[in-house]
Design a protein around this ligand. Sequence first.
Ligand code: LMR
Length: 399
Amino acid sequence: MFETLEQAPPDPILGLTTAFNADPNPNKINLGVGVYKDDDGNTPVFKSVKTAEERILQVEDTKNYLTIDGDPGYGAAVQQLLFGADHEILLSERTVTVQTPGGTGALRVAGDFISKLFPDATLWLSDPTWANHPKVFDAAGVPIKTYPYYDSEANVLDFGALIEALNQVPEGDVVLLHGCCHNPTGMDPTPEQWEEIADVVQSRKFIPLVDFAYQGLGDGLDADGKGLHTLAATGCEMFVANSFSKNFGLYCERIGALTLVTSDKDAAAVAKSHVLIMIRTNYSNPPAHGSSIVATVLNDLELRAGWDAEVKEMRDRINGVRRKLVDALKTKGVKRDFSFIARQRGMFSFSGLTPEQVDKLREEYSIYVVKTGGRINVAGIRDENIDYLCDSIATVLNA
Ligand code: LMR
């Protein structure tokens, strides 16, 4: 069996980490995978997380299975974080949240749900989008189409084209929207543009699937929910896939959630009965450690305040690095206008470097960047490496 196989390609994002780890160059910089680094180059465990873990260790008395949908205290905390504790969606109990292994797990459960129960529905992805989006939904058997999103000449959202395309989406299809910190472009709709998107959702009657993996890393935990809240205000049904990899730094704990917003309490119960089957036939039930941490932090006023401050610190550093990068590129004599980097939000910048320039950066300078759009993880840039990075970019651009 196995001798007949041909080598499969490496993952365009995680494959870079493997190549980076094997690179002996002491000046190497990994700006590939979306992992936060502080200015010392570390990805530390949050203080709020450590305290929560100490508490969990004291009180934990079993490693019994969680239920298929996960820890109910966690699910409730997720809903409150997404919508606010007294949102009509929560009070009317027309929403269901299941715990999933990361945001990717949530997307896959949503993909299985759509493909098995709504086989005629097409999923619409932004062009460009996270490299793994089409693969996850393709693996689940969901037909995929794309809608335009970004004007890479002007480095702005191509909002006119986006709205025009969404206005053609048939009723009952699913449209994936990035809740904030669009991956890979870092360019989000404005609050007014979200209102327009919500109007189209209402008139076309498609179902939004909000991928909300970066809450808190753009403009604030609440501010980043603007798009989600605007959609929710229309009363539409939707899916929300969220992740605590980035905003809790819980990458390896694989903790996220899938939330289904339905029309009423009965529909929510029925939808949940199907989601449980998708999970049981995939990974059976979720791991417990990540959800215990998140629930412990979110349900404790002091830990919650500490976590808010830690998220703010990350956000402020990322936005500061954006400004430093723009300035440093200018100082190095780069002619191209990179000021758009400071207007993008979240971990990523769609730098506009060509695939050839990305290859050159990697081969000659050991700088690892995702090929599509030259996506740079801004959070991997530090005071210590920004000079080397900008010198290398300047040389590559001028070559
Ligand atoms: C990324 O886009 O780098 C992150 O979402 C990590 C991943 O799994 O690809």
